[in-house]
Design a binder for this molecule. Structure first.
Ligand code: ADP
Length: 158
């Protein structure tokens, strides 16, 4: 059984995140989408809101589940007995950050393997932070996030 985790803020989930989830779910037997709840960070959507959006978006994928993690990801993976970490990479900036993160995780637990998935070209400009900014100015985000997320963004910034 190949079990992998895909951690992130998903604040909010975008079409880019969903693309990685779908592709990873077709490679691994089980995929756990891990929604980060870091008390030092300010999120637009609560962890419960992020989990319920992703859960709805992946409901047809029987091998994908969604959980909240408020601890160090390495500790979380050890508890779940997962060694594979999936991360999406949009370009060289993402890669240099993700590379350092993977080195840090490996120094904490050498069994953890990070698998980088490059974005599909149509999603490479999608970034949750820019989408939130656009939505805050009532810009059209419909090509960037699924309809239920576009609605949730509209409700937040009404
Ligand atoms: P962000 O705020 O940068 O979107 P997240 O923490 O929500 O960040 O991202 C979780 C993971 O998803 C990270 O590995 C990130 O690189 C990846 N990711 C985010 N957006 C995309 C995208 N458009 N294409 C591929 N991977 C992505």
């Amino acid at each position: 059984m190949l079990k992998a985790a895909f951690p992130g803020s998903f604040d909010p989930p975008t079409l880019g995140h969903l693309n990685i989830i779908q592709r990873a779910a077709s490679i691994f037997d089980e995929l756990l989408v891990v929604v980060a709840e870091n008390r030092q960070k300010k999120y637009l959507f609560s962890a419960d809101e992020r989990v319920s959006m992703i859960t709805e978006l992946v409901k047809d994928r029987k091998n994908v589940s969604v959980v909240i993690c408020d601890s160090l990801i390495v500790d979380f993976l050890q508890k779940q007995d997962i060694r594979l970490l999936v991360r999406g990479v949009r370009g060289v900036d993402d890669f240099s950050y993700e590379f350092e993160l993977s080195m840090m995780n490996k120094s904490l637990d050498s069994r953890i393997e990070t698998i980088f998935m490059t974005t599909d070209p149509e999603y490479f400009v999608l970034r949750s932070s820019s989408i939130k900014e656009l939505a805050s100015f009532h810009g059209n985000v419909s090509g960037m996030v699924p309809p239920l997320v576009a609605k949730a963004l509209g409700d937040k910034f009404r």
